[in-house]
Design a binder for this molecule. Structure first.
Ligand code: FEO
Length: 394
């Protein structure tokens, strides 16, 4: 298939992976993903920006041949993770005169992970430029979105920026340009939640930087190219905002419906007070939906049954995930039911500690919740309402 020209001798040479159903062995993918690679033909030199996920290398090289790419001078590596750098060794074999242009951290990563020889790497510094003749590439180090080695490449004359994983989406397409839709927005949010949210403050910083740059196009390494940069930048402005939304997320696991009864009751009470809720069945629901809800939530209430004198292992798993995703939530509580005894919440509380949440008194009941337990849930709903009110979000 012929490479799609994006603008003025800049081509898309990446691939869709429609069959990929999970990323990082963690978050399900609703639309597969794409591994974006870009070919830039300058008047004197040719460069490729980012390469390919290793299992797709053969197909990638075949497409380069089919498109008569006979010469590559530079392979720009914006990031060392293998879904973008994995095909560098194969490209160096195909184009023996090419050299890899990258920053010191990526250089270390590709030497140790891919055995790229040192003499094939040109290490550049932050702000350095590389001429392709009529085009100039400028390298902007962007550590933290999402690896310490991440950088952006800015095509100066074309006013386009290649942002690597930042501002991407797990999404496939036939036309490389973004068709703005709720579906794309959800994919970008799911991607942000899993990959970028732990680095929210860095995302906020680079969102502002790109807004100030007034670029004409944003070209990430997953998902479509944005001809309207403000579409994705405005979404990131919203997701990275410091103030959470009027939303309570209730992830729960319930063995005999008692914990579920408590979750349903609390959710109804909160809704009646004008607070949005998102109930998440830890066993059956899609972890990506939970991650997305954590982008906005002000409060997390975990619900768990007791297993062998402690919280259910599935709840522990979700508490750990919530802690590593570092959402901006401010408040938390715990509810659950036990049969014969134990500590339902200690471990979950410990796992959530790094989030520094303001804890609302938890509620642990024996067996089915009784009238006095429902009253305590009423009180919990009222406390959450007051907390949200204190932030001016309800
Ligand atoms: Fe898409 Fe950090 O790799």
């Amino acid at each position: 298939m012929k490479f799609q020209e994006i603008k003025n001798n800049i081509f898309y040479c990446g691939l869709n992976d429609c069959d990929r159903r999970i990323f990082d062995e963690l978050i399900p993918l609703e639309h597969g993903t794409s591994y974006n690679s870009y070919l830039i033909k300058g008047s004197e030199k040719t460069a490729i920006i980012d390469t390919m996920y290793p299992p797709k290398t053969k197909e990638y090289l075949k497409r380069l041949s089919e498109n008569q790419v006979g010469k590559v001078d530079y392979i720009i590596a914006n990031h060392g993770e293998q879904d973008h750098s994995g095909s560098i060794p194969a490209l160096l074999e195909k184009y023996p005169n090419a050299i890899v242009v990258t920053n010191p951290k990526v250089a270390e990563n590709i030497k140790s992970m891919l055995f790229v020889p040192e003499e094939k790497i040109k290490v550049i510094s932050d702000g350095e430029e590389l001429s392709l003749g009529d085009k100039t590439l400028k390298f902007i180090f962007a550590p933290g979105v999402h690896w310490p080695d991440t950088m952006f490449t800015y095509a100066k004359e074309d006013n386009m920026i290649f942002t690597c994983d930042f501002l991407g989406a797990h999404y496939t397409f036939s036309d490389v340009f973004a068709q703005e839709s709720k579906e794309l927005e959800n994919s970008a949010k799911r991607y942000y939640a899993e990959i970028m949210m732990p680095f929210r403050m860095m995302c906020k910083k680079y969102t502002q930087m790109l807004k100030n740059m007034n670029v004409d196009m944003i070209l990430p390494s997953h998902g479509p190219v944005h001809k309207n940069p403000n579409y994705i930048l405005n979404l990131y402005e919203d997701w990275t905002a410091d103030t959470p939304k009027n939303l309570v997320v209730l992830p729960y696991v319930s063995m005999y419906e008692s914990t579920k009864d408590m979750v349903d009751y609390l959710s109804e009470k909160l809704e009646s007070k004008g607070i949005k809720t998102f109930k998440f069945d830890i066993v059956d629901d899609d972890l990506g939906d939970l991650a997305m809800s954590l982008v906005d939530a002000a409060t997390i209430v975990m619900g768990t049954s007791m297993v062998l004198a402690g919280p259910h292992p599935m709840a522990v798993n979700v508490a750990y995930l919530a802690a590593v995703l570092r959402p901006k939530a401010k408040f938390a509580s715990l509810i659950g039911s036990y049969g014969w005894g134990g500590n339902l919440f200690g471990l979950i509380g410990d796992l959530l500690k790094p989030l520094k949440l303001d804890l609302i008194e938890p509620l642990q009941v024996k067996g089915k919740p009784k009238a006095e337990d429902y009253q305590k849930l009423d009180e919990m709903a009222q406390k959450i309402f007051e907390k949200h009110q204190s932030m001016g979000i309800v």
